[in-house]
Ligand binder design. Sequence first.
Ligand SMILES: *[C@@H]1O[C@H](CO)[C@@H](O)[C@H](O)[C@H]1NC(C)=O
Ligand SMILES: *[C@@H]1O[C@H](CO)[C@@H](O)[C@H](O)[C@H]1NC(C)=O
Ligand SMILES: *[C@@H]1O[C@H](CO)[C@@H](O)[C@H](O)[C@H]1NC(C)=O
Ligand SMILES: *[C@@H]1O[C@H](CO)[C@@H](O)[C@H](O)[C@H]1NC(C)=O
Ligand SMILES: *[C@@H]1O[C@H](CO)[C@@H](O)[C@H](O)[C@H]1NC(C)=O
Ligand SMILES: *[C@@H]1O[C@H](CO)[C@@H](O)[C@H](O)[C@H]1NC(C)=O
Ligand SMILES: *[C@@H]1O[C@H](CO)[C@@H](O)[C@H](O)[C@H]1NC(C)=O
Ligand SMILES: *[C@@H]1O[C@H](CO)[C@@H](O)[C@H](O)[C@H]1NC(C)=O
Ligand SMILES: *[C@@H]1O[C@H](CO)[C@@H](O)[C@H](O)[C@H]1NC(C)=O
Ligand SMILES: *[C@@H]1O[C@H](CO)[C@@H](O)[C@H](O)[C@H]1NC(C)=O
Ligand SMILES: *[C@@H]1O[C@H](CO)[C@@H](O)[C@H](O)[C@H]1NC(C)=O
Ligand SMILES: *[C@@H]1O[C@H](CO)[C@@H](O)[C@H](O)[C@H]1NC(C)=O
Length: 833
Amino acid sequence: MVLLVAILMVMLLVSTLAVGTIHQNTTLFNLPHLERLDLAFNDFTNSHLPSEIGRFSNSLTHLNISKCGFVGQVPTDITFLRKLVSLDLSSNSFGVGLEPRVFNNLLQNSTHLRVLSLAYVNLSLVLPTYLNISSTLKSLDLRSTHLQGKLPQNIFNLQYMENLQLSENYITGQLPKVNASANIPLKHLHLSSNDLSGDIPFSIGHLESLETLIISYCGFMGPLPKSMVNLRHLTTIDLSSNMLNGTLPSWLFTLPSLEIIDLSNNKFHGSLPLEMFNHQSLKKLSLGNNQMVGKIDVLDHVPTLQTFQKLTSLTVLDLSLNNFTGHWELETLLLNLRNLISFDLSYSGLYVMTYNANGYINPDFRYLALRSCKLTVFPESLRAMKDLWYLDLSSNAIRGHIPDWVGEIGGNELGYLNLSHNFIEGLPQLRWYGLRQLHLQSNKIQGPFPPSICNMSILTTLVMSNNRFGGVIPHCVGNISSNLNMMDLGNNHFHGTIPNAYEHCGELAGLILNQNQLEGEVSSSLLKCQYLEVLNLENNLLNGTFPGWLGDLPFLKILDLNLNNFHGPIETSSTRKVPFPCLQVLDLSHNGFVSHLPQKYFQSFNAMKNVVKNREKPSYLSINGLHYSMNVDMKGVEQSFPQIFVHCTILDLSNNRFEGEIPDIICSLKALIVLDLSHNSLIGRIPHALGNLLEIESLDLSCNQLAGEIPKSLADLRFLEFLNLSQNHLAGRIPIGKQFNTFEENSFGGNPRLCGLPLPEKCEHPYKPPVKVDGDPESEFTWIVFMLGYGCGTLVGLVMGYLMLSTGRPMWLSAIVDATENMIKTRYMYIGK
Ligand SMILES: *[C@@H]1O[C@H](CO)[C@@H](O)[C@H](O)[C@H]1NC(C)=O
Ligand SMILES: *[C@@H]1O[C@H](CO)[C@@H](O)[C@H](O)[C@H]1NC(C)=O
Ligand SMILES: *[C@@H]1O[C@H](CO)[C@@H](O)[C@H](O)[C@H]1NC(C)=O
Ligand SMILES: *[C@@H]1O[C@H](CO)[C@@H](O)[C@H](O)[C@H]1NC(C)=O
Ligand SMILES: *[C@@H]1O[C@H](CO)[C@@H](O)[C@H](O)[C@H]1NC(C)=O
Ligand SMILES: *[C@@H]1O[C@H](CO)[C@@H](O)[C@H](O)[C@H]1NC(C)=O
Ligand SMILES: *[C@@H]1O[C@H](CO)[C@@H](O)[C@H](O)[C@H]1NC(C)=O
Ligand SMILES: *[C@@H]1O[C@H](CO)[C@@H](O)[C@H](O)[C@H]1NC(C)=O
Ligand SMILES: *[C@@H]1O[C@H](CO)[C@@H](O)[C@H](O)[C@H]1NC(C)=O
Ligand SMILES: *[C@@H]1O[C@H](CO)[C@@H](O)[C@H](O)[C@H]1NC(C)=O
Ligand SMILES: *[C@@H]1O[C@H](CO)[C@@H](O)[C@H](O)[C@H]1NC(C)=O
Ligand SMILES: *[C@@H]1O[C@H](CO)[C@@H](O)[C@H](O)[C@H]1NC(C)=O
């Protein structure tokens, strides 16, 4: 009776207190016999859990305040609740904390406690060694609690523990041994996303009650221990994203209850054991990204031993990124595996063939990825997939026009579509208004911009580059959505003007319109795109003066106006004190800009001034997961980089009609990697201070009217690999030292008054070589060029290195380079991947 009244009271309270705080005076705390208090999913945002909770010390057995929005430390008084059987403090506002002392008392004093959930509570001060409790706990949930340190040795030997959840923490070290003599009741073990490493211990086979074993995203190595064959109750095993190796053991598929296997992102090799194909209870099999081999066919009428047709319970099958061989008839598979809803064969090595799929009906199918499976037509079985959410048929050989019914696949459910890298010539009418990502790049698609794209109101990524789209870009594009993050229409035949951005330019970070025939001026409506990071208008017919107002965009990193018809002097028209504060790549080459170099801007290019000395971890500029690619002119050769480093800094003002001297202020752009001022009408001397650009790797001042001597400071630029000072009026002796010794005649030619090596003209006063201090300058060169860290420079460096390897080079260099050639090639491939 008491209990009933109490519960009644609480329900009342819950409804009146749904939003607000708990006052210490509330009548709630006057219920001395309250046994169960469940406030889960109410909104007490930003209030503290009152210490009056301790008043229930003689009655409360169940307390659930999960997802209530509480903040602050959990009061010590909670440890007075010594009758507690179940306590759930999980998922409150991040920042609810529990002191180690309170945590410890809770475990030790509440001798009745069976269920404790502290998920998302801040336990950063609690060490896992506190878990060496010999308590009666049956279920302990400490997911995402900032737990750090090593697991106590007896963690698996707790007498009553059935459910132990420690995922998403900072737990380190190895898994402790499991005690053989104890009868361990543990059923669920979750340790994903920790810093655990080492082998999976052989003694894990003693956890004979285990049903789910989830240890993904750790650093485990070595093979699956054979003792696991004892885990007869195992239904789920997820060891994905570790570094496990060895072959896939056949005993795994003798475990009678096993339904879910996820071993993706490991290093397993060898072929699939035959036992697998008979394990009919298998529901989910993920082996993606391993090194598996072997022939597996899925064909109609052809009996094969290794085939998936019998695994009729499968809902998820992922064999992607492996090295299998074999031919799969998509329809034969789908007709047999009628429960399948997620299927990934991308880069598996398997060929997918497709015939007419009459009779296949599975509206629940959600995820289909057949990247690089040698598909030649659009599989008709997709017609039945009314709720398809993810479709990737990229990098196949699909030709011609896509049939019209394709436009309806998945309907408004379809969120991701990648048809890139095929030979598609025409699209059906697109009717996917729920699309978030649309990738059509690198096909041969003709025709106008599909108008219905404007109606895709939650689109975030639109990539249509490298096709034959033509006509004007419709103005509705300016309205597409406030979610659009990346729009890449580069390398098509679009003409007309750049559409105005209307109300919603919200999230747009990348606008890529290069290599089209767009004309007119750049509309200042782009100022509405306040989050723009990359604006690439390269190779169009745009005109007008320099759009200086772009300087107001606070995050703009890359501005490429190369190869257009811009003209006039460059004036600051930004209203900001410091325009272009984040700009790191500016390419204005091949336009008609005149007058002085834009000194004022050089003052404000802060991103080009700050050298970022983190060359260890290569990270690339990306927008919404897409790497940004660009073309850089080097050595008269246009190089295309599939991705560029986050800190790459380039200033290219070449092929304009700039005049006057090179202002000293340019030398404050200390982070520059590439500086190209060639093909202008610059006069005066080369500033001595250019020697301050210590990061520079490519410097081109050729084809100007520069006079005077080459400053000696340039010879100290350690990373300089490409230098062109030719076709000027330079005079005097070419400095000697470091990288300078590697440049050839063509770096200096066309300056009749220059003398000294590498030019044939000898200087009047012979050069006295300085006393060598340490090392041989030639071998130093080797390491400088090829040990360039992972800056933007590595790109330049490797391409230059590569060019040098494949073209002419000084004899003395050959010997050194041959020795390192392999190394360079490997790294070049890595970078270009
Ligand atoms: C709670 O009660 C105390 C003493 O009865 C009183 O001083 C205090 O103002 C009350 N607080 C609230 C929030 O009603
Ligand atoms: C919990 O137990 C410890 C020792 O067993 C004792 O010192 C402490 O006072 C207890 N805490 C509470 C809140 O009862
Ligand atoms: C607490 O309540 C939530 C919501 O009803 C529930 O999901 C959760 O399982 C409960 N916690 C415990 C330990 O029973
Ligand atoms: C967790 O608690 C520790 C110690 O009280 C504190 O330093 C840290 O900032 C907290 N972390 C979060 C994310 O609130
Ligand atoms: C837990 O370990 C700590 C130190 O590691 C030790 O001081 C404490 O006595 C242990 N507690 C139990 C209950 O074993
Ligand atoms: C292993 O279990 C036995 C029996 O329960 C127990 O006596 C022994 O102390 C345990 N060993 C460890 C290391 O926990
Ligand atoms: C598996 O990985 C371990 C540790 O990295 C290594 O020592 C062992 O040689 C590997 N075994 C196989 C078969 O690749
Ligand atoms: C895949 O197998 C082929 C031949 O079986 C082999 O040449 C190739 O190197 C393998 N690729 C990988 C990534 O293991
Ligand atoms: C789309 O497919 C292409 C080719 O397979 C791939 O390079 C690209 O990364 C895919 N796009 C996304 C966003 O996954
Ligand atoms: C886009 O939506 C508008 C309004 O909902 C509709 O009138 C128009 O026909 C749609 N256009 C296309 C191409 O679907
Ligand atoms: C863009 O949207 C605005 C307001 O939502 C509307 O007034 C305008 O007509 C639209 N423009 C185009 C070209 O669709
Ligand atoms: C810019 O281009 C447009 C369209 O081609 C043309 O009408 C206009 O005259 C050009 N303006 C200048 C200043 O060249």
